[in-house]
Design a protein around this ligand. Structure first.
Ligand code: GUN
Length: 283
């Protein structure tokens, strides 16, 4: 069956271009959105992600500040830095790259980020707003997936969406956003018994577990839409998702690749959140 390859890279590029125009306008009015990224230690994957975020900011015209901290930093010193950024009028978005070293409690750090600057959408306030349907800053990956589906013309009304993975960053907020868009949502996870039983009923599968080739052709109903959030390394050391693309893609009506699917959307939505955060202060 012919399937549509959902080009996240292209959609993200369009969003970044829209934001670039918006930022030019804001700058002309005297407001330059600013993003501060805190990177603790030198985890290679985090270095790569952070580089992508800084590069995207520069391209769009967002002022960015990369704050590197040694992995021996105390939790209190990190909290002080976040509090300082909360008070900085030139900074509208604060992102603390995860994971943090073991001696630092990420919940404590996230908690001190001002909800109005929480461009990751991770603070309890923004998570709570999402659950009760109030406007706030949304977590970038699920927000990006919603944008991708919308801009691809995939309707969610009355569809059965099965989310695989219950993380705070992706699975949980994803399930809420899909439900708010009138999908019927099933949330599966590592303890789900007989995962294919659920995924085979899905019109839309969101795979967000972080396990290479978890989703195979046995999991997919013909004509389903499959979104792959996984970022794993395969045996050849290449970036690969949670979905066995080769065997699943021909069954689907539309599917995202890895790389070039969800990943670029996450960064685009971080940029969108930073611009939204700046505009909220301006008003
Ligand atoms: N580490 C992996 N993904 C993310 C993310 O979306 N935000 C932050 N802050 N850290 C991450």
């Amino acid at each position: 069956m012919a399937y549509q390859l959902i080009n996240g890279k292209q959609i993200a590029k369009e969003i970044r271009l829209e934001l670039k125009h918006e930022v030019e306008q804001l700058k002309a009015e005297g407001l330059q959105p600013g993003l501060a990224v805190i990177l603790v230690g030198n985890n290679p994957a985090s270095e790569t992600y952070v580089r992508g975020k800084i590069r995207a900011s520069e391209e769009i015209g967002i002022h960015s500040q990369l704050i590197r901290m040694n992995d021996t930093i105390t939790q209190e010193d990190l909290l002080s830095k976040v509090r300082e950024l909360n008070e900085d009028p030139n900074i509208h978005g604060i992102l603390v790259q995860l994971p943090l070293p073991d001696h630092i409690n990420p919940d404590k750090v996230i908690e001190v980020i001002s909800p109005s600057k929480d461009v990751d959408g991770f603070t309890p306030i923004n998570m709570g707003k999402l659950v009760i349907g109030q406007r706030g800053l949304l977590p970038c990956t699920p927000y990006g997936i919603m944008q991708m589906l919308d801009r691809t013309g995939i309707s969610l009304e009355g569809k059965h969406a099965v989310v695989v993975g219950r993380s705070n960053i992706v699975g949980k907020p994803m399930a809420i956003l899909l439900q708010q868009a009138n999908a019927t949502v099933t949330l599966c996870h590592s303890r789900t018994v007989d995962l294919p039983h659920y995924t085979r009923q899905a019109d839309l599968i969101i795979a967000a577990v972080g396990k290479l080739n978890l989703i195979t052709k046995e999991h997919v109903k013909p004509g389903a839409v499959v979104i792959d959030v996984g970022m794993n390394r395969n045996d050849a050391g290449k970036l690969a998702g949670d979905v066995n693309f080769e065997e699943v893609a021909p069954l689907t009506s539309a599917i995202t690749p890895v790389p070039g699917g969800v990943g670029p959307m996450t960064i685009a939505m971080l940029m969108k959140n930073t611009v939204s955060a700046a505009k909220a202060i301006w008003q």
